[in-house]
Design a protein around this ligand. Structure first.
Ligand SMILES: Nc1ncnc2c1ncn2[C@@H]1O[C@H](COP(=O)(O)OP(=O)(O)O)[C@@H](O)[C@H]1O
Ligand SMILES: CC(C)(COP(=O)(O)O)[C@@H](O)C(=O)NCCC(=O)O
Length: 426
């Protein structure tokens, strides 16, 4: 398999939008991106809210919100749920805790699969973390957003509806499913900005994971010598975040409380999955990745020689993705594996090209790649690692994070701590 098919991004003037296409949803390369935003300070108010006990449903004498503490990121493809399990409950607290909360905790902890499609990522679990003024374990759970009705049913059967509490949610689905949560579960969703949550979640997990969160790949092109190496992110700013979910958002973080969405692309993980299903008949992301790992993109992408001066002299051949598929003869020979592989490479390289240009534009060298597209997907991580380094002449570093797609949900749970029971935005 030829992993490294290089791409050139055509430089177009996106500023002029034809009136006839004005109704077509714009891509953020055309649309205006955000102004610099300030995330509220993540000092004591976020992580160390005053107060002492959380004995269950309501904490009457402190400003921490009633338990259970969840953060939920309802994305276009996957819903991510973070649950904080307090491990410092005193006997008295345990005794006064309502039965439903105990049951929910027991249920979440003793299973790693929920219903047919819910999963707890036990390998990501974080012990002895401080949230609010409590110590406990963070649990990471995901399920397809399309299964929301089943999730609501299951939660109801565990008594969530009787708690009449508040759930903090982010992502587009926080708006889409708001009514269902209210109707089915008697739960009010308090909605928070997904990019605020993403940035806050990254900073919190990085701070709390004993310097084990960030890593990069050494020798990403060489199967034998390639190595995953811990990256010291103790001096983080400025950095770029490329969040590869269903689509892609790119943020530049300039300091602890300031960031801006600088770009994005609608060709993301959802595009990879959709095209793979279409082209190969596969049914799941995992299947698409497995096929891709066995395929050869050279049977799909066309290698062309180029003449001309490139900054990287040693490049004399370049791919155009899916070029062979213009030929009936080549189409007849191509395998599902080859198609999945070429699709993965096409999408990954496109994201890499955009990330590199944005990084150069912003004069930022550290590029964090997050989002569930990178789940069980070393091909894309290694490809991005090489592409960043190669095309920037060694200036840019591709950095990956262990908790991949969970930062929005973590940040959302922290918003619950910050806003307590009074909830700013709903
Ligand atoms: N089990 C899975 N099911 C579906 N998509 C998955 C799965 N694991 C990884 N992915 C990939 O992750 C993408 C979704 O990433 P995520 O960060 O959760 O974004 P979103 O918030 O848009 O749902 C999918 O488009 C797909 O490429
Ligand atoms: C719409 C989104 C913010 C949703 O986030 P996601 O669920 O993909 O994590 C993201 O897909 C995105 O930024 N798309 C933008 C596409 C564009 O910039 O054209």
């Amino acid at each position: 398999m030829m992993l490294f098919s290089y791409q050139i991004m055509p430089v177009e003037d996106k500023s002029v939008i034809d009136e006839n296409v004005a109704k077509i949803p714009v891509n953020s390369n055309q649309a205006t991106n955000g102004d610099i935003k300030s995330v509220p300070p993540r000092s004591k108010s976020t992580m160390e809210v005053n107060g002492s006990t959380c004995t269950g449903h309501q904490n009457s004498h402190d400003s921490t919100p009633p338990m259970p503490w969840f953060g939920m990121d309802i994305g276009g493809t996957l819903t991510k749920l973070v649950y904080f399990e307090p491990t410092d409950l005193s006997e008295a607290e345990e005794e006064s805790e309502v039965e439903t909360i105990k049951n929910i905790r027991r249920y979440l902890k003793s299973n790693s699969a929920y219903g047919d499609t819910g999963h707890r990522d036990a390998h990501l679990q974080m012990e002895k973390v401080r949230v609010g003024n409590r110590t406990g374990t963070l649990h990471f759970i995901r399920f397809p957003t399309s299964e929301m009705p089943q999730f609501l049913e299951l939660s109801k059967s565990k008594g969530m509806a009787t708690l009449a509490s508040t759930i903090c949610a982010t992502g587009g689905g926080a708006y889409k499913f708001e009514e269902e949560f209210q109707r089915e579960m008697n739960l009010t969703l308090h909605k928070f900005d997904e990019l605020d949550c993403l940035i806050r979640g990254i900073e919190y997990i990085e701070d709390n994971n004993n310097y084990n969160e960030c890593y990069y790949f050494l020798n990403p092109r060489n199967e034998e010598t390639c190595e995953k190496v811990t990256y010291d992110f103790s001096n983080p700013y400025p950095f770029l975040v490329v969040n590869i979910g269903s689509g892609v958002s790119i943020l530049a973080a300039y300091g602890p409380e300031s960031y801006r969405r600088v770009s994005g692309t609608s060709l993301g993980g959802g595009t990879f999955l959709g095209l793979s299903c279409l082209l190969t008949g596969c049914k799941t992301f995992e299947e698409a990745i497995e096929l891709a790992a066995k395929g050869n993109n050279e049977n799909v992408d066309k290698l062309d020689t180029h003449l001309g001066s490139w900054p990287q002299n040693e490049i004399s051949e370049i791919y155009w993705n899916f070029g062979h598929m213009n030929s009936a003869e080549k189409r007849a020979k191509v395998s599902r594996e080859d198609l999945a592989c070429a699709t993965l490479i096409t999408i990954t390289n496109n994201i890499g090209s955009i990330a590199r240009m944005v990084a150069a534009n912003q004069k930022i060298e550290k590029v964090l790649f997050v989002g569930n597209f990178l789940r069980v997907n070393p091909i894309s991580m290694k490809l991005l690692s090489h592409a960043m380094e190669f095309w920037s002449g060694g200036q840019l570093k591709a950095i990956f994070l262990e908790h991949e797609g969970y930062f929005g949900a973590v940040g959302c749970m922290l918003e619950l701590m910050r806003t307590g029971d009074t909830m700013a935005s709903s």
